[in-house]
Design a protein around this ligand. Structure first.
Ligand code: SF4
Length: 232
């Protein structure tokens, strides 16, 4: 297990770098947040905000989505990608909210996770930013990548990564950890080419100057150093 003190030292560095934590999706109330969160899968926050600006005027609440022709929703959310699945999830969740919760988004992990189209990551986001309830950590693609590079976890499955991070950090930190990692992932620690030379965390980071490509090269080098009779 990674060292808690070291991990919290890195987190302090991230907080200094990105001192203004906030949510990037535009929404009013838990229902809009739920819809925006579904749309944000594999899509940038900026694109989601462009789409929801019009979408929330046309479909103000769960009953509007539940009663709509699915093809109309699909067309409206098409720019966010995976539009058929997303439209289905939004309509399914809307119908369930009406049938089981009198049109109000439930505010517990147990109920939210039963809504169609919502995985634990989305449920955490809705709870934290819609109800100010922090029960876990949102593990998105940036969290997966950076938590691994920073040595906070050796796991690759989101649920396991979340458990590791919850063990390392106080609950008071859970809400904004994804914000810090997303910002650092976008600005410096990019997926294909982390800019370790420009990274103020390099002295603390166990992956500094070991690019993903570098790792691959190392593996190939090791392979080619084997005696030829081992390879035949
Ligand atoms: S040192 Fe490199 S790998 Fe580590 S956080 Fe910075 S950019 Fe990412």
């Amino acid at each position: 297990m990674p060292d808690k003190k070291h991990a919290n030292h890195i987190l302090s560095g991230l907080k200094d770098l990105y001192p203004d934590p906030h949510h990037y999706l535009a929404f009013e109330g838990p229902f809009q947040l739920l819809v925006a969160t579904i749309l944000s899968a594999q899509c940038t926050d900026e694109r989601v905000n462009e789409v929801t600006r019009d979408l929330f005027n046309r479909f103000p609440g769960p009953s509007d989505f539940a009663g709509a022709d699915i093809s109309v929703i699909e067309e409206a959310v098409r720019p966010t990608g995976f539009f058929r699945n997303k439209a289905k999830a939004i309509q399914g969740a809307s119908a369930a909210i009406i049938e089981r919760h009198n049109g109000e988004v439930p505010d517990t992990m147990e109920e939210l996770i039963k809504l169609p189209g919502l995985a634990r990551k989305s449920v955490n986001a809705v709870l934290q930013h819609g109800f100010s309830k922090v029960e876990g950590i949102v593990v998105d693609t940036h969290v997966i990548r950076l938590a691994g590079r920073l040595g906070w976890t050796e796991n690759t499955k989101p649920e396991k990564i979340e458990e590791d991070l919850m063990e390392l950090f106080d609950r008071s930190e859970w809400r904004w950890i994804p914000f810090y990692l997303k910002n650092h992932g976008r600005a410096v620690c990019k997926s294909r080419k982390p800019a370790c030379g420009e990274c103020t965390l390099a002295e603390l980071c166990p992956s500094a100057f070991i690019s993903p490509q570098g790792k691959a090269k190392k593996k190939r080098k090791w392979y080619w150093q084997l005696p030829i009779f081992w390879l035949s």
